[in-house]
Design a protein around this ligand. Sequence first.
Ligand code: ME8
Length: 645
Amino acid sequence: MSKGTFYITTPIYYPSDKLHIGHTYCTVASDAMARYKRMQGYDVMFLTGTDEHGQKIEVSAAKAGMEPQQFVDHIVGGILDLWKLMNISNDRFIRTTDDYHIEAIQKIFKKLYDKGDIYKSVYRGKYCTPCEAFWTDSQLADGKCPDCGREVYEAEEEAYFFRLSAYADKIMELFTKHPDFLEPASRMNEMINNFLKPGLEDLCVSRTSFKWGIPVTFDPKHVVYVWVDALSNYITALGYMNEKYRDFGKYWPADVHFVGKEITRFHSIIWPALLMALELPLPKKVYGHGWLLLEGGKMSKSKGNVVDPVVLAGRYGVDALRYFLLREFPFGTDGVFSNEALIVRINSDLANDLGNLVSRTVAMAEKYFGGVLPQVRKSDALDEELINLATALRPLYEQYMETYAFQSALIEVFKVISRANKYIDETAPWVLARDEANLPRLASVLYNLLETIRIASILLSPFMPDSCEKIRNQIGAKPDSLTWDAAGKFGLLPAAVSVSRSEAIFPRIDLKKELEALEKEASVKNENEAAAQEKSIAGIITIDDFMKTDLRVGRILACEPVKKADKLLCIQVDFGSETRQIVSGIAKWYAPDDLIGKNIAAVFNLQPAVIRGIESCGMLLAVSDGDRARVIIIDDDIRPGSSIS
Ligand code: ME8
């Protein structure tokens, strides 16, 4: 009988063909949790998916010469393949471009508008395009996006707003009355100090400057802000405001949303406020996990280490990778990833401790008893400690799993595995085997070991499902001895248990050789990248290269000749957020007054330069036609500061 429902979600991923090991972290953790809950007898709904709208995707698609839909379809296939490879057991996969989701978002937006929680006004503020996030001045870090550290730009446009400010007190009350709503506790303090205390402002929830989003039905030049679109996936995927699914009543509220620390703000403040406005129950918990970093920086900047999960899973096995991710790093804090740490962990825990325990035990059962244990037994005081430890393991493990302390749960299981290896040394089965009179004792020793392995294989199965299956096949465990209940009991294998040996589940890796091989591969990769860069110098650039250029519309406010420089004009350009001075070599073709009031195109993120003693911050774009140059003029009604893509 079901123990009830358990609804767990991962963030929905931005379509990217460069998902690294850090991205797989949250999905692997959610998968382990979902499998654990299923094992306990819960009716689990495990949701993941992709977040496919927004300006960033529209721009990337255009640069790839594709329609946005075609672009996301192409990439999402790769993400699905990755989750399949990593043995992710999600029950549902949502794409925000799915029709039912689009329909539901439109209804949600309309409902909030009709209620007065969404209203129309004018947006003036700072916007970070890569993060699709609006920020208030107080939230900026040194004037830049507090999440990614990139430039933000002033945006002003007609927009719809969500009355987030009206929910500030209720969010504060949520945090104080339910301190376990957001974990770990450090994240809650961060939210209170950085966002709630400075005060919540209403949130701009529509955009008109690009098209790739869900149109607002009653004002279609607006598309819904991607975070409203994205966060709502957690309820639309259950059928909220759509006909595709019908289990909203069954699974909502979610038991836990697992999210990375940088998107905790969206999940613990904006999401509850939206749900309050929709008059829906709040999720029971948001868990903001830490980041996997590389020594000295972010994973996306990887040079020496291999961070591609497909490569790592291919080399070391999916289960070894899954185990490492959840054993090596405490879930709530940041961790430093390295290939060396991965190999050391595989060798010590999986090859040495667990792998050896299984292979030695099964090999001895085969060698001394032909694979079937005799039923005559003799116990000894030495058995007690191992049996007690193995029997007490499940509640300890459960206590940690319930608080998402995967690392601690795994440490407990491996303490018992180590104890079992020590028990082999203490009981010395090879000595017992020399004397026929000791065979009942030997059978007991091997049985106790097989039982310990059985219990460990149940508790490790959410982390390493395939390997645990292989272990179970070797120790002859039947399904009814592999349940959650069975993990709390010792002595469930049949007395005449029959084992069958197979190849090593976790082969040992030669650390030195492997690191050398990885280093070699990384250097080949770097050489290839350098060659690609050279090719790009020869004329071909990647989308990423192009995306580095920040092109903006500017309006010329003033223009004057530069003294003693026939070719130069010194121009003051309004970019909406700021006025900049640009020195341009166009004096031969334009008189200073010709350009005043005109909208031009400029490179906004060019390193400033001093030209003839005058600082120039940016570059005007012009077309050269023989020996003539014409500045690119843009329509008057375009707002200064608009990005060009
Ligand atoms: O944020 N270590 O999508 P995303 C650990 N679409 N986790 C990492 C990581 C790292 N090095 N790098 C990324 C989004 N992540 C939104 C979510 S939900 C309604 C919308 C995690 O593809 C990151 O913290 O940028 C996030 O939780 C997840 O990968 C997806 O990131």
